[in-house]
Design a binder for this molecule. Structure first.
Ligand code: 5AD
Length: 352
């Protein structure tokens, strides 16, 4: 089969086998790339019309107990500026966000042990009580199933935990031995079992990533059936062991976004900050290749420059909640409309 036929097969059957994905990723040309983009755009349009969901991202802590080799917030980075938001500060961010129209709050942070279960549950319950019409998304890393259950019972709806890579050897090239590949995957299963709308994902162009790894990432997404998928390019941070690597590739990231849309159809797929940082047109290109979510930054202004996963991380302009109008304008020029609903995952029976 040629690559165009493989893209059609992925569209109609919702899957490809290992060798087919491998062929597609290792031999795609400009025509295949464009065909994948158009196919993804058609699916996105049919399911979501021209609507883009918006989420307010609150980066609650830059402390992290982990030491991931790629991340600027790794605990060994003594130059990282650390902060954590209090419950009051988080609620204030939600208040700001609510006024701006956001109906999903994403609480993201390093794995910071300061937020013990009782405190986190208190924060989640408070947001749930104050904003009963809003969705609460968490992105706080690996926790026990009991803790995830407490978060859920307190009123959280969604959880993002990128698997980072579905190859065990590759996992330990990106993470120290103290971390556990098995545990990470187990966490994702726990989240699904509890009933969270669950998001997994990976970086494109991470250290020693091969086409085979990417194929396994796609096959894992197919198997897990997440409600959300987060992917973006790997971006260099100068204070990490990976400081001499190159940023991930824009085109490959966009191609993968299209393939994920074509394979999963109705998944919630953000056009990420990393993509917007890599290229000035990154965010809009992501949307044209199948993304349907954007997540502007709602964190208090004074902490934004401290949450640096990678160098030059965009946190102003259209990346920030104050730049919302600019973002709305940019998207509407391209024919997209930002919608302010919760934007929960909704199963769609796509008939092609
Ligand atoms: N480049 C791109 N993405 C990164 N992340 C962490 N560090 C980097 C980096 N240097 C991503 C990881 C993590 C998410 C919160 O941010 O995939 O899961």
């Amino acid at each position: 089969m040629n690559n165009i036929e493989l893209i059609d097969k992925l569209n109609h059957e919702g899957e490809l086998d290992f060798d087919e994905f491998k062929q597609l990723l290792s031999t795609y040309n400009q025509e295949d790339f464009t065909y994948a983009k158009e196919t993804a755009a058609k699916i996105t349009k049919q399911i979501f019309s021209n609507k883009i969901y918006i989420r307010g991202l609150i980066e609650i802590s830059s402390y992290c107990k982990n030491d991931c080799y790629y991340c600027g917030l790794r605990k060994s980075n003594l130059n990282a500026l650390r902060y954590r938001l209090s419950k009051e500060e988080i609620l204030l961010s939600c208040k700001e966000g609510y006024k701006l129209g956001f109906r999903t709050f994403v609480l993201q942070g390093g794995e910071d042990l300061y937020y013990q279960d009782d405190l986190m549950v208190d924060i989640i319950k408070s947001i749930r009580t104050l904003y009963p019409d809003c969705a609460i998304t968490l992105s706080l890393g690996e926790k026990s199933k009991e803790t995830y259950q407490k978060y859920y019972d307190a009123g959280a709806n969604r959880y993002l935990l990128r698997h980072e890579t579905y190859n065990e050897d590759h996992y330990y090239m990106l993470h120290p031995q103290e971390m556990s590949f098995k545990q990470r995957i187990e966490c994702l299963h726990h989240l699904k079992e509890i009933g969270f709308q669950t998001g997994c994902g990976f970086m494109v162009g991470s250290y020693h990533q091969t086409i085979d790894h990417l194929v396994n990432d796609l096959l894992f997404i197919k198997k897990l059936k997440p409600e959300m998928v987060g992917i973006g390019p790997y971006m260099v941070h100068h204070d990490t062991p990976f400081k001499d690597l190159k940023n991930g590739d824009l085109k490959l990231t966009l191609f993968l976004l299209s393939l994920i849309r074509i394979m999963t159809k109705d998944v919630l797929l953000p056009s990420t900050t990393a993509l917007a940082t890599l290229d000035p047109k990154g965010r809009i290109e992501g949307i044209k290749h199948g993304c349907n979510v954007v997540m502007p930054n709602l964190s208090p202004n004074e902490v934004r420059k401290k949450y640096l996963l990678y160098d030059n991380k965009a946190s102003s302009g259209q990346e920030a909640s104050e730049g919302l109008k600019e973002l709305v304008d940019t998207l509407s020029k391209e024919g997209y409309e930002i919608v302010y609903q919760r934007g929960d995952y909704c199963k769609f029976d796509y008939k092609g």
